[in-house]
Write a protein that binds this ligand. Structure first.
Ligand code: OAD
Length: 231
Protein backbone atom coordinates (compact mmCIF):
# COMPACT_ATOMS: atom_id res chain seq x y z
CA UNK A 1 0.00 0.00 0.00
CA UNK A 2 1.11 3.54 -0.69
CA UNK A 3 2.66 5.22 2.32
CA UNK A 4 1.02 8.36 3.66
CA UNK A 5 2.94 11.54 3.02
CA UNK A 6 4.32 13.12 6.17
CA UNK A 7 5.78 16.58 5.76
CA UNK A 8 8.04 18.05 8.44
CA UNK A 9 8.87 21.75 8.68
CA UNK A 10 11.85 22.05 11.00
CA UNK A 11 13.70 24.98 12.51
CA UNK A 12 16.61 25.68 14.81
CA UNK A 13 14.97 23.94 17.79
CA UNK A 14 15.31 20.65 15.91
CA UNK A 15 19.07 20.85 16.37
CA UNK A 16 19.13 22.47 19.83
CA UNK A 17 19.60 19.13 21.61
CA UNK A 18 22.62 18.50 19.38
CA UNK A 19 24.21 21.61 20.86
CA UNK A 20 23.59 24.06 18.02
CA UNK A 21 22.20 27.38 19.28
CA UNK A 22 18.79 28.49 18.17
CA UNK A 23 18.43 32.07 16.94
CA UNK A 24 15.80 33.66 19.16
CA UNK A 25 15.90 31.77 22.48
CA UNK A 26 17.81 33.19 25.47
CA UNK A 27 21.48 32.83 24.64
CA UNK A 28 20.56 32.30 20.99
CA UNK A 29 22.81 33.26 18.12
CA UNK A 30 21.15 36.58 17.42
CA UNK A 31 21.97 37.68 20.97
CA UNK A 32 25.67 37.12 20.32
CA UNK A 33 25.83 38.47 16.77
CA UNK A 34 23.72 41.06 15.08
CA UNK A 35 21.90 40.02 11.93
CA UNK A 36 23.14 43.21 10.27
CA UNK A 37 26.77 42.27 10.96
CA UNK A 38 26.81 38.75 9.62
CA UNK A 39 23.65 37.76 7.78
CA UNK A 40 22.87 40.32 5.10
CA UNK A 41 24.32 41.05 1.63
CA UNK A 42 25.38 44.48 2.95
CA UNK A 43 27.35 42.82 5.75
CA UNK A 44 29.21 40.73 3.20
CA UNK A 45 30.00 43.87 1.21
CA UNK A 46 31.15 45.84 4.24
CA UNK A 47 33.07 43.18 6.12
CA UNK A 48 33.40 39.97 4.10
CA UNK A 49 36.11 38.57 6.42
CA UNK A 50 33.78 38.72 9.43
CA UNK A 51 30.90 37.13 7.52
CA UNK A 52 33.08 34.33 6.14
CA UNK A 53 34.49 33.74 9.62
CA UNK A 54 31.00 33.55 11.15
CA UNK A 55 30.02 30.81 8.70
CA UNK A 56 33.43 29.11 8.93
CA UNK A 57 32.77 28.71 12.65
CA UNK A 58 29.26 27.37 12.05
CA UNK A 59 30.65 24.92 9.48
CA UNK A 60 33.46 23.76 11.72
CA UNK A 61 30.95 23.23 14.55
CA UNK A 62 29.32 20.52 12.41
CA UNK A 63 32.34 18.33 13.09
CA UNK A 64 31.67 18.27 16.81
CA UNK A 65 27.89 17.77 16.83
CA UNK A 66 25.76 14.70 16.18
CA UNK A 67 22.14 14.17 15.17
CA UNK A 68 19.92 13.96 18.26
CA UNK A 69 17.06 11.58 19.07
CA UNK A 70 14.63 13.88 17.28
CA UNK A 71 16.54 13.70 13.99
CA UNK A 72 16.83 9.92 14.39
CA UNK A 73 13.13 9.39 15.06
CA UNK A 74 12.16 11.55 12.06
CA UNK A 75 14.51 9.44 9.93
CA UNK A 76 12.96 6.25 11.32
CA UNK A 77 9.46 7.42 10.34
CA UNK A 78 10.54 6.77 6.72
CA UNK A 79 9.88 3.07 7.37
CA UNK A 80 6.15 3.72 7.55
CA UNK A 81 5.64 7.10 5.90
CA UNK A 82 6.70 8.93 2.77
CA UNK A 83 8.61 11.59 4.71
CA UNK A 84 9.53 14.90 3.16
CA UNK A 85 11.48 17.38 5.27
CA UNK A 86 11.53 21.11 4.68
CA UNK A 87 14.12 22.61 6.98
CA UNK A 88 15.12 26.16 7.75
CA UNK A 89 18.32 24.74 9.21
CA UNK A 90 21.59 25.05 7.39
CA UNK A 91 23.23 22.16 9.26
CA UNK A 92 23.38 18.62 7.87
CA UNK A 93 21.96 16.74 10.85
CA UNK A 94 18.77 15.49 9.16
CA UNK A 95 20.96 13.98 6.42
CA UNK A 96 23.36 12.46 8.91
CA UNK A 97 20.46 10.86 10.80
CA UNK A 98 19.47 9.10 7.57
CA UNK A 99 16.60 11.21 6.25
CA UNK A 100 16.45 11.15 2.46
CA UNK A 101 14.12 13.85 1.16
CA UNK A 102 15.27 17.17 2.54
CA UNK A 103 14.69 20.62 1.13
CA UNK A 104 16.91 23.29 2.68
CA UNK A 105 14.99 26.56 2.55
CA UNK A 106 17.80 28.76 3.85
CA UNK A 107 20.77 27.07 2.21
CA UNK A 108 23.43 24.69 3.46
CA UNK A 109 26.60 25.27 5.46
CA UNK A 110 28.47 22.52 3.61
CA UNK A 111 28.04 24.30 0.27
CA UNK A 112 29.45 27.53 -1.12
CA UNK A 113 28.64 29.34 -4.32
CA UNK A 114 30.06 31.94 -6.64
CA UNK A 115 29.24 35.57 -5.89
CA UNK A 116 28.92 36.22 -9.64
CA UNK A 117 27.54 32.94 -11.03
CA UNK A 118 24.91 31.67 -8.59
CA UNK A 119 24.61 28.32 -10.35
CA UNK A 120 28.23 27.50 -9.56
CA UNK A 121 27.70 25.71 -6.25
CA UNK A 122 30.38 23.59 -4.59
CA UNK A 123 30.38 21.03 -1.80
CA UNK A 124 33.09 21.96 0.68
CA UNK A 125 32.07 19.91 3.67
CA UNK A 126 33.28 21.54 6.88
CA UNK A 127 36.26 23.38 5.38
CA UNK A 128 36.63 27.16 5.84
CA UNK A 129 36.54 29.64 2.96
CA UNK A 130 38.66 32.79 2.79
CA UNK A 131 38.86 35.94 0.76
CA UNK A 132 40.54 34.93 -2.51
CA UNK A 133 38.88 31.50 -2.69
CA UNK A 134 37.27 31.70 -6.09
CA UNK A 135 34.81 29.82 -8.31
CA UNK A 136 35.95 28.25 -11.59
CA UNK A 137 35.29 31.56 -13.34
CA UNK A 138 37.43 33.55 -10.93
CA UNK A 139 34.79 35.17 -8.72
CA UNK A 140 34.89 35.12 -4.91
CA UNK A 141 33.01 32.30 -3.19
CA UNK A 142 30.36 33.00 -0.55
CA UNK A 143 28.34 30.83 1.83
CA UNK A 144 25.40 29.05 0.16
CA UNK A 145 23.07 30.63 2.69
CA UNK A 146 19.99 32.79 2.27
CA UNK A 147 20.71 36.09 3.98
CA UNK A 148 18.11 38.53 5.26
CA UNK A 149 16.91 40.64 2.38
CA UNK A 150 17.55 37.87 -0.16
CA UNK A 151 14.87 35.82 -1.83
CA UNK A 152 14.17 32.22 -0.83
CA UNK A 153 14.13 30.37 -4.16
CA UNK A 154 13.28 26.98 -2.61
CA UNK A 155 9.95 28.33 -1.35
CA UNK A 156 8.38 27.57 -4.76
CA UNK A 157 9.24 23.90 -4.31
CA UNK A 158 8.16 23.92 -0.67
CA UNK A 159 4.59 25.14 -1.25
CA UNK A 160 3.38 22.10 -3.26
CA UNK A 161 5.16 19.78 -0.84
CA UNK A 162 3.25 21.19 2.14
CA UNK A 163 0.07 21.11 0.09
CA UNK A 164 0.59 17.41 -0.67
CA UNK A 165 0.92 16.43 3.01
CA UNK A 166 -1.37 13.81 4.58
CA UNK A 167 0.16 14.67 7.96
CA UNK A 168 2.00 17.92 8.70
CA UNK A 169 4.51 18.37 11.50
CA UNK A 170 6.22 21.57 12.64
CA UNK A 171 9.25 21.14 14.93
CA UNK A 172 11.41 23.72 16.68
CA UNK A 173 10.63 26.91 14.83
CA UNK A 174 9.37 30.17 16.28
CA UNK A 175 7.49 30.78 13.00
CA UNK A 176 8.89 34.29 13.00
CA UNK A 177 10.67 34.31 9.68
CA UNK A 178 8.85 34.58 6.37
CA UNK A 179 8.28 33.18 3.84
CA UNK A 180 9.07 29.94 5.72
CA UNK A 181 6.43 30.57 8.42
CA UNK A 182 3.81 31.23 5.75
CA UNK A 183 4.18 27.66 4.47
CA UNK A 184 1.88 26.38 7.21
CA UNK A 185 -1.14 27.90 5.51
CA UNK A 186 -0.67 25.58 2.51
CA UNK A 187 -1.33 22.45 4.57
CA UNK A 188 -4.78 21.05 3.72
CA UNK A 189 -7.42 22.00 6.24
CA UNK A 190 -8.55 18.50 7.14
CA UNK A 191 -5.20 16.77 7.75
CA UNK A 192 -3.69 16.10 11.20
CA UNK A 193 -1.19 18.78 12.14
CA UNK A 194 1.31 18.61 14.98
CA UNK A 195 3.57 21.22 16.50
CA UNK A 196 6.51 20.15 18.68
CA UNK A 197 8.17 22.86 20.76
CA UNK A 198 8.99 23.12 24.48
CA UNK A 199 7.89 26.77 24.47
CA UNK A 200 4.69 28.50 23.42
CA UNK A 201 4.67 29.28 19.73
CA UNK A 202 2.24 31.77 18.32
CA UNK A 203 0.83 30.09 15.24
CA UNK A 204 0.00 32.56 12.47
CA UNK A 205 -3.40 32.50 10.74
CA UNK A 206 -4.96 30.96 13.87
CA UNK A 207 -4.37 27.48 12.48
CA UNK A 208 -5.21 24.55 14.68
CA UNK A 209 -2.29 22.28 15.61
CA UNK A 210 -2.02 19.39 18.07
CA UNK A 211 0.66 20.85 20.30
CA UNK A 212 3.28 18.54 21.80
CA UNK A 213 4.95 20.83 24.30
CA UNK A 214 8.27 19.03 24.48
CA UNK A 215 11.78 19.20 23.08
CA UNK A 216 12.56 17.62 19.72
CA UNK A 217 13.69 14.23 21.08
CA UNK A 218 10.85 13.52 23.49
CA UNK A 219 8.39 15.30 21.25
CA UNK A 220 9.27 13.20 18.19
CA UNK A 221 8.85 10.04 20.25
CA UNK A 222 5.36 11.13 21.29
CA UNK A 223 4.57 12.06 17.69
CA UNK A 224 5.68 8.61 16.52
CA UNK A 225 3.16 7.01 18.89
CA UNK A 226 0.36 9.40 17.96
CA UNK A 227 0.68 8.87 14.22
CA UNK A 228 0.80 5.09 14.42
CA UNK A 229 -2.94 5.10 13.76
CA UNK A 230 -2.39 6.67 10.30
CA UNK A 231 0.05 4.07 8.92
P1 OAD B 1 14.24 30.38 16.25
O1 OAD B 1 15.48 30.52 17.07
O2 OAD B 1 13.50 31.61 15.89
O3 OAD B 1 13.20 29.43 17.01
C1 OAD B 1 13.62 28.24 17.60
C2 OAD B 1 12.44 27.51 18.17
O4 OAD B 1 12.92 26.28 18.71
C3 OAD B 1 11.72 28.25 19.30
O5 OAD B 1 10.32 28.21 19.08
C4 OAD B 1 12.11 27.47 20.53
O6 OAD B 1 11.10 27.45 21.53
C5 OAD B 1 12.31 26.07 19.96
N1 OAD B 1 13.17 25.17 20.75
C6 OAD B 1 14.12 25.48 21.66
N2 OAD B 1 14.66 24.36 22.16
C7 OAD B 1 14.06 23.31 21.55
C8 OAD B 1 14.18 21.90 21.63
N3 OAD B 1 15.05 21.32 22.46
N4 OAD B 1 13.39 21.15 20.84
C9 OAD B 1 12.49 21.72 20.00
N5 OAD B 1 12.33 23.04 19.89
C10 OAD B 1 13.10 23.83 20.65
O7 OAD B 1 14.65 29.53 14.97
P2 OAD B 1 13.92 29.37 13.56
O8 OAD B 1 12.43 29.48 13.73
O9 OAD B 1 14.47 28.16 12.92
O10 OAD B 1 17.45 32.12 9.06
O11 OAD B 1 14.44 30.63 12.82
C11 OAD B 1 14.15 30.79 11.46
C12 OAD B 1 15.28 31.45 10.73
O12 OAD B 1 15.71 32.62 11.41
C13 OAD B 1 16.54 30.62 10.64
O13 OAD B 1 16.49 29.67 9.61
C14 OAD B 1 17.60 31.64 10.40
C15 OAD B 1 17.15 32.66 11.41
O14 OAD B 1 17.50 33.94 11.20
C16 OAD B 1 18.54 32.41 8.31
O15 OAD B 1 19.67 32.30 8.72
C17 OAD B 1 18.19 32.89 6.95
Amino acid sequence: MKKKRLVVLSGAGMSAESGISTFRDMGGLWEKYSIEEVATPEAFQNNPELVLEFYNQRRSQLESVEPNEGHKIIARLQQNFDVQIITQNVDNLHERAGSKNILHLHGELTKVRSTKHPNLIYDIGTKPIKIGDNCDKGAQLRPHIVWFGESVPAIDQAVPIVNSADIFVVIGTSLNVYPAAGLIMYAKHEIPKFLIDPNNVEVPYGLDFNVIKKGAGEGALELEKKINQYI
